[in-house]
Design a protein around this ligand. Structure first.
Ligand SMILES: [Zn+2]
Length: 278
């Protein structure tokens, strides 16, 4: 799933390309795309796109009367739509502008989880954004320490929980744990001050590095094209210590880590394998 750096860089590109352009109309292309009944998306027609912002992993297309909150989920993409086909593949919704251009929301696969919320007033205080935790790149050291203690969880899951901290996903959770030299399964309530210091620095560094890379691209890159030390690198040597990167597999995602850097050399039981051994 696209995380904060990909979404932020994409929001900046969309603002550069479409900011100030007047909306002609919003057109839902599937029954599941529009998640709100009111206000009507038609309220934005005739108004210029003020800008495209971001909150967590959501894109915010801001028009003066209403904001479109777009969640891409796993397979969603929001891209310029030069063809404007009647039934585009995976098409969910289209914003057609008065200058003849359009933006198209598509979703690959059959899950149909990407969506558009239309909200009037401050979008940050309404669903789906009102339950998000603070932005990951805006956390000071004190707030981070407090949130870790207040929400005792395994670190990898904590980093991915959007209600605690917004913007990180599976890839950055893997990279942040590795950078901080912490086990992905460490209990957040038991981290000492040194660990919280390292975690704070790791979140800042990993986000800043990823954002710098995404800003050099012309579209959202795929996960495998992004730089990293452990994510999607099972069996490869750790760039820090040379040990072999390992994985703990879950049904829908993989936790990657380096034993020497993160778990005192201990190889963690692979979920998939250990289930068969029981
Ligand atoms: Zn290592």
């Amino acid at each position: 799933m696209p995380e904060m750096p990909e979404i932020q860089a994409h929001a900046e590109r969309l603002t550069d390309d479409f900011g100030g352009t007047v909306l002609e109309r919003f057109q839902p292309l599937s029954f599941t795309a529009l998640k709100t009944a009111a206000p009507s998306p038609e309220e934005a027609a005739g108004h210029p796109l003020a800008d495209v912002g971001r909150r967590g992993k959501h894109l915010l297309l801001r028009f003066e009367p209403v904001t479109f909150v777009v969640h891409l989920m796993q397979g969603g993409r929001l891209r310029p739509d030069p063809k404007q086909a009647a039934r585009p593949r995976g098409g969910q919704a289209r914003w057609r502008f008065a200058d003849g251009r359009a933006l198209l929301l598509t979703e690959a696969g059959t899950e149909r989880r990407a969506g558009v919320w239309v909200v009037a007033g401050d979008p940050l205080t309404q669903p789906p954004l009102d339950e998000l935790g603070p932005e990951a790149d805006a956390l000071d050291r004190t707030t981070l320490g407090r949130l870790l203690a207040e929400h005792p969880m395994r670190l990898h899951g904590w980093l991915r929980d959007q209600r605690v901290v917004a913007g990180l996903g599976r890839r950055l959770a893997n990279e942040v744990c590795h950078r901080a030299k912490l086990s992905p399964f460490a209990s957040t309530a038991k981290l000492d001050d040194g660990a919280v210091d390292r975690l704070h620095a790791a979140i800042d560094e990993c986000l800043a590095e990823s954002l710098a890379v995404e800003r050099t691209r012309s579209d959202m890159s795929s996960s495998k094209e992004r730089p990293g030390a452990v994510h999607h690198r099972t069996g490869e040597p750790c760039p820090v210590c040379g040990d072999t990167d390992r994985a703990v597999e879950y049904r829908s995602y993989t936790v990657n880590y380096c034993p020497t850097c993160q778990t005192g050399g201990k190889v963690l039981a692979d979920n998939t394998t250990s289930r068969f051994l029981k």
